[in-house]
Design a protein around this ligand. Structure first.
Ligand code: MLT
Ligand code: ZN
Length: 463
């Protein structure tokens, strides 16, 4: 079968966009998850929208499955090719197309690396305010396909909030130009938002118009030592009541071990504490700084915070952020099983109590790392594979516990994937966040845009 597909690809597509060597098949057949064996037929590198259209036209005519591929930094196996699929990488569609100073918008090809958008915005004294650790490798199309979140969501929202327009090639090979960069547009269904977060199952995003904004002023960063995880929530709530936060992140002490080892940095505070929170806010001419320090004194007296480090200079703030931003890379070699859960902020304390109990009871032998975006109600619960354990035995053990955790997520009306997407990894658990009826509607929508099931088949949904 894959010889036939290869023959078709070679017959109709320019030779220079087709790669079949192992050094392409293996890396482009997988993402940052490590639970699947890559086995694609070929990797294609289209250079323009017409070539993407032609690939999808061929997929429909000759019945092969296309896996859209961005920076492959995904954590839910949304961009893996395990079943002879044809991977379509947008690495070569990486041009910044148009900047409009009046609209404060930027039109880019979907293969642009996220960091390049940040750098471009900075040159214009603006920001693209969606930040995450993988922004040096992830690409705009992948960010859109997964509705990426990150470390500034408490202030700026998710990726979808910064997309003003999209050009997509649907699963039928048609082109849709959606929302055309408009801020106001009340003309019925907004298909742009269907494609955001669709994980390449409806079509391929080939171009996006992104919104930029003014950078925050006079940023300040603090890291606190905190005695337990529930206190992290109370501390976050106390600060939120006083000031508008730019970020409020947390991590456990055993997570810090990995970062210190991997990046060779000292502890952020003179002593070690069970948990740490990193808070970023704007000084607001000293008004917020005063409020923060007053509250800090109160919380310190109450024993909610044990210690802190503060900075308002760029270099030190960057170093402090390193403790949080380097977590994912620092633990990657230990093959963590990742849970990416969220509930409404008002329910996070009760939720945490319930989940902590389960983790304690069911994972007594595994190392459990906690970190995440507590101010968005988003917890990353990472289970570390013991060195001697075979990867699939480990995965099965984690899945058993998921069967207990996920019903609790449903009970709290939470999400089984707050920001990492569903892909293959979270697909069995989608039923805990969406009703059967809702899933039927999703399948119906997929059939509208991709009637022959050529787009990322089997990811997100079982069709
Ligand atoms: C993060 O918050 O660091 C990212 O979501 C990646 C991860 O969970 O490892
Ligand atoms: Zn995260």
């Amino acid at each position: 079968m894959n010889q036939e597909i290869l023959h078709i690809l070679k017959k109709y597509l320019p030779e220079e966009i087709i790669r079949t060597e192992k050094e392409f098949l293996i890396p482009y057949g997988q993402d940052w998850t490590r639970y699947h064996q890559p086995d694609p037929t070929a990797i294609l590198f289209p250079r323009n929208v017409e070539e993407v259209q032609e690939i999808i036209r061929l997929a429909n005519e000759y019945q092969f499955v296309v896996v859209p591929s961005g920076g492959r930094t995904g954590l839910s196996a949304g961009a893996v090719a395990t079943n002879k699929e044809v991977v379509v990488s947008l690495d070569r569609m990486n041009r910044i197309l148009e900047y409009d100073a009046l609209d404060q918008s930027l039109r880019v090809e979907a293969g642009v690396i996220t960091q390049n958008v940040h750098d471009f915005a900075k040159e214009k004294h603006l920001v693209f305010p969606v930040n995450f650790a993988s922004e040096g490798s992830s690409r705009i199309g992948g960010n859109i396909a997964t509705n990426a979140g990150g470390i500034k969501v408490v202030r700026y929202g998710m990726f979808r909030d910064w997309v003003l327009g999209l050009k997509v090639v649907t699963g039928k090979g048609e082109i849709l130009d959606l929302n055309q960069g408009l801020i106001k547009n009340a003309t019925g269904y907004d298909l742009r938002h269907l494609f955001i977060g669709s994980e390449g199952t409806l079509g391929m995003v080939v171009e996006a118009t992104l919104k930029l904004t003014h950078p925050p002023k006079d940023k300040q960063v603090m890291i606190f030592g905190i005695p337990d995880m529930l206190r992290v929530v109370s501390v976050m709530q106390a600060f939120r009541e006083k000031i508008d936060l730019l970020a409020f992140e947390f991590f456990s002490d055993n997570t810090l071990d990995y970062v210190m080892e991997h990046t060779q940095v000292p502890t952020p505070l003179p002593k070690r504490y069970p948990f740490y929170a990193l808070m970023e806010f704007e000084s607001n001419n000293g008004e917020n700084t005063d409020k923060v320090f007053q509250l800090y004194q109160d919380l310190f007296q109450k024993g909610w915070i044990n210690d802190d480090v503060f900075s308002d200079d760029e270099i030190t703030m960057k170093k402090l952020w390193g403790y949080r931003e380097n977590i994912s890379a620092s633990i990657a070699a230990s093959i963590p099983y990742k849970n990416d859960l969220s509930v409404r902020i008002s329910r996070i304390s009760d939720f945490l109590k319930d989940i902590e109990k389960i983790v304690f009871e069911y994972y007594p032998d595994f190392k459990v790392l906690w970190y995440g975006h507590i101010a968005d109600g988003n917890l990353h619960l990472n289970i570390i594979k013991p060195d001697e354990m075979e990867i699939h035995t480990f995965e099965q053990a984690c899945k058993k516990v998921n069967d207990i955790i996920c019903p609790i997520v449903r009970q709290y009306q939470g999400s089984i994937s707050a920001e990492h997407g569903v892909g293959l990894l979270k697909k069995p658990y989608l039923i805990y966040s969406k009703s059967d009826l809702e899933i039927e509607y999703l399948k119906g929508i997929k059939k509208v845009f991709d009637p022959n099931g050529v787009m990322n088949r089997g990811k997100l949904l079982d069709i």
